[in-house]
Design a protein around this ligand. Structure first.
Ligand code: BV8
Length: 240
């Protein structure tokens, strides 16, 4: 099966790659739905990664993002991230990298033009975007930074559940999915939409779809091939 997919990679002029949290797992970044460790294990990410969750518990959600940012500061891209960046450097016109991740690891590995469907954990933006806030008071103990003129809160610049994806990014990803010869779906449970729908879109447009995952995923059903294994093991073999 691996040799078949390697041949497909060689034959493909337009490769779309859709990554999820699993591509960063071997860097030591807990996947989105892994049982979180310690204090955070008591909360569901799906509840905290929402505007309602932030409004209800701004301190808790802000601390959760700060915890994830601190964790990311101490890890490095793995062989899977590097294989994607190296392939792009050798074949810049043959690959489009689409990620659900907010961890910035593809950029740190050297990938460029990454379509970040769910934003960037290291960016901040105002919770209430209609206000013209003046400046930010530094975060007081355990409270998100806020505008001390109007009380607007600063929030992480990620896409929360129930929020629309950045339209231009999503449209570019949909175009890549509908025009590719091959889609590699790497390290995602395939549970979050509209991101997961890109694999269905690629299949419907006639592309070969290959899932790379050590465990079963919801996108196995749309794949022509499922390679059981990890990103850091499989991607360097496929993209050599
Ligand atoms: C929206 C940022 C509409 C925050 C995240 C159908 C259509 C449209 C929407 C929906 C729909 N059905 C349901 C919805 C609503 C919802 C949704 O999908 N809910 C799910 C829970 C059912 N979608 C939304 O709300 C989206 N918005 O649709 O808006 C709209 C339009 C107009 C106006 C208003 C609204 C927004 C979704 C974005 C949510 N934000 N992240 C943050 O990070 O804090 S999503 C979050 O999940 C992460 O970004 C993560 O990447 C993503 C997906 O999870 P996975 O990547 O798959 O990670 P997971 O842990 O689940 O799985 C890891 C996988 O890796 C596993 O399979 C594992 O086996 C594998 N693995 C482990 N180790 C390795 C490995 N693989 C390879 N190598 C390894 N070593």
């Amino acid at each position: 099966m691996l040799d078949t997919v390697k041949a497909w990679v060689r034959q493909s002029q337009r490769i779309a790659v859709l990554t999820g949290a699993g591509v960063s797992a071997e860097s030591g970044v807990p996947t989105f739905r892994d049982a979180q460790t310690g204090y955070w294990a008591q909360f569901r990410p799906e509840d905290m990664a929402t505007e309602a969750g932030f409004r209800a518990h701004p301190q808790r959600v802000w601390d959760w993002y700060q915890y994830r940012r601190d964790l990311l500061a101490g890890v490095s891209p793995n062989a899977g991230h590097r294989a994607l960046a190296d392939f792009q450097s050798r074949h810049p016109d043959r690959i489009t990298l689409i990620t659900q991740n907010v961890d910035g690891m593809h950029h740190r590995a050297g990938s460029t033009g990454v379509l970040c469907l769910h934003g960037d954990i290291f960016h901040d933006r105002w919770l209430n975007t209609t206000r013209n806030c003046c400046f930010v008071d530094h975060a007081v103990a355990g409270h998100p930074p806020y505008c001390d003129c109007c009380g607007n809160l600063l929030r992480p610049g990620v896409v929360w559940f129930g929020e629309p994806l950045p339209l231009a990014t999503l449209e570019a990803a949909e175009q890549a999915a509908s025009q590719c010869d091959l889609m590699l779906v790497v390290g995602t449970a395939g549970a979050v939409y509209p991101a997961a729908g890109l694999a269905h879109q690629a299949r419907a447009a006639g592309a070969r779809v290959v899932v790379l995952n050590p465990a079963p995923s919801a996108l196995d059903e749309v794949a022509h091939q499922v390679l059981k294994g990890t990103a850091a093991t499989l991607l360097p073999q496929l993209l050599d």
